[in-house]
Write a protein that binds this ligand. Sequence first.
Ligand SMILES: [Zn+2]
Length: 313
Amino acid sequence: MTHPAHLPWHESLWTQLEQSLSQERLAHAYLLQGPAGVGKSQFAQHLAKSLLCEQSAFDACGQCKSCHLFQVGSHPDLRQLASEAGKAIGIDVVRETSSFFSLTRQYGRYQIAIITDAERMTTAAANALLKTLEEPPAGALLMLISEQASLLPITVRSRCQSLRFTLPAPEVSLAWLQQQGVESQQAPRLLDSARGAPLHAITLSSETEYENQRSAVVEGARNLYFGRTGPVDLAASYLKLGAKQALYSLWQWKAEMVRNLAMNKASADDALAQRLGQRRLLLRIDGLSAAIKRLDSQLNEQLILEDILISWV
Ligand SMILES: [Zn+2]
């Protein structure tokens, strides 16, 4: 049976690790390799949490002190290291890892370091890491995560046990996407755009959802201008979409109109923008900013939405 905290296509890897653990043959270093969007990081996170858990033999209980520390991101026996966006991983990061492993363990049996985008290590960094890999301290567990493991020096790769992640079969991904609330008609197209990587498909689906919501908000505002709906009804429908999201979308839409007006750029809302004029548009943007602030302090969201929409008619 699939464990609820596991991604279904990871089950065989979990079984493999569970066996290693029960035979006390867990490696000191793992290389989690495979394409983006298949859950390598999630796997590393869940494995780290489970091994650090004070209660459970293999699966994190989510209740103990160790699990709580993990959840708030301050477990003393865990280090997560990554390169700054687009940059190489320098020797300083690796030195930080080895000095971390030299600290005394605070809780359980393990000290765990996770290095993301490991292929970005410089040669000097990789050489420094070799020392840790050759003489791992007791209880040390290093997880290297890489989308391009072939770029890692063979000396590093050969000292890590490989955990290979592959794209799940489409039917597995589609079933999972639907469990996550993606509509069955949308799922195949999203999975296709994500080149078969289910976690990318989920990101795309929330972006699509965001776009759809934004279009609905803008369409509502157009209807208000042209008298096809009233402010109270529109406020109610915005409330369903989320008041803050609606106000932000309106803010962006108005700002776009101001930009287009200033640059003489044609757009779908030309007539509207001309009619309102720049000065009034700017006033409305100010009004929206104030309303967004009011949302944080005032509970009646419907009223805030109504106020602003009434001022527009
Ligand atoms: Zn626990």
